[in-house]
Design a protein around this ligand. Structure first.
Ligand code: GDP
Length: 312
């Protein structure tokens, strides 16, 4: 059931250079709307006055808030200020400027790490704030929880139609493949690819390989966000996931298969496992009429293709 049309609207994708933002820009090409973007050199999203001025001038009708400082388990743990302060500023500036300038609808994008470390699995939306967070990414998580609450506060106090979507671990074209700051999927693609080229006997994964993670292709995520923009208007955030998870070891085996690396998998136990399991319930988004269309192997193969084509 659609309740909001983005047809002929001016749609701002904040964070259009990122993996999610660029997928949103691709997805919005299929819609009859005008996509707005602004470069980092033109507007620093951490600068309130710059964000207000740009928003007042460009007058978007619709905002996808996909701009964020993001990174994997090690980056999160090493740069707490960047993950907390940068994200608080970016989301507060954009949400405030959107309201001030009469934006009709905004979708804030968060992350599955907002949930308690030991939340019951699969994690339902109302598990938010029922327990302590995973310490390796709590800086990012706290910023994202504040973003959800800020969107809710504008709905409660001013009736603004601001919603929030919480994607699971995403992967796909445009991902960060730097081994020190990336998430697990791009890291494994790169490691397997390089190990194959060097004829290595082994590939090293961080931790025990036992943690379970859910993965969603970023094009599915973008499609879900557009779907929510058109069909969902309520307080509570909505999980955006596949509803299925794998162990890190299973993921490594799949990556090695797709890449064609036949060596042995070894573990670096000096690196953290992070949260033991992070599978979100997909019931709510399914009941809203959306499901993913790209399965893990197919999405991984496509992402490996993108990596090889864009390696430099
Ligand atoms: P998380 O979902 O916030 O924990 O973030 P990551 O995607 O960075 O890590 C997911 C899991 O994959 C953790 O248990 C990591 O220890 C594990 N992992 C295994 N090998 C790697 C690797 O090379 N890079 C990263 N980032 N994680 C890895």
């Amino acid at each position: 059931m659609m309740n909001y049309s983005i047809e002929r609207k001016r749609v701002w994708v904040a964070g259009h250079r990122g993996m999610v933002g660029s997928a949103l820009v691709r997805r919005l090409q299929l819609e009859n709307c005008e996509v707005l973007t602004v470069s980092r050199s033109e507007v620093d999203l951490k600068d309130q006055m710059a964000v207000r001025a740009w928003t007042a001038r460009e007058k978007p009708d619709v905002v996808f808030l996909a701009a964020a400082k993001v990174g994997g388990i090690l980056a999160n743990d090493s740069y707490p200020v960047d993950f907390l302060y940068d994200n608080l500023m970016i989301e507060a500036n954009i949400i405030e400027a959107a309201f001030r300038n009469g934006v009709e609808k905004l979708c804030f994008l968060g992350s599955s790490c907002i949930y308690p470390k030991f939340a019951e699995q699969p994690i339902v939306e109302n598990a938010l704030l029922t327990g302590a967070l995973e310490p390796t990414n709590e800086w990012y998580a706290i910023a994202k929880i504040a973003g959800i609450k800020l969107a809710q506060s504008y709905r409660k106090q001013h009736g603004a139609d601001f919603i929030s979507a919480m994607p699971t671990n995403l992967y796909g074209p445009g991902d960060n493949f730097d081994l020190n700051s990336s998430h697990v999927m791009p890291a494994l693609i790169r490691k397997a690819h390089e190990a194959k080229l060097r004829n290595d006997k082994t590939i090293t994964v961080w931790g025990t390989g036992k943690p379970r993670r859910e993965f969603l292709h970023v094009d599915d995520c973008a499609d879900a966000c557009v779907h929510l923009m058109k069909s969902y208007s309520d307080f509570e955030h909505v999980n955006v996931g596949s509803g299925e998870d794998v162990t890190i070891l299973e993921l490594t085996q799949l990556v090695c298969e797709v890449v064609g690396f036949k060596g042995e998998i070894v573990h670096d136990l000096s690196k953290p496992d992070g949260t033991p399991r992070k599978l979100m319930s997909a019931d709510k988004i399914r009941s809203l009429g959306w499901k993913p269309s790209i399965d893990l192997r197919e999405g991984l193969a496509a992402t490996y293709g993108w990596f090889k084509a864009n390696i430099n």
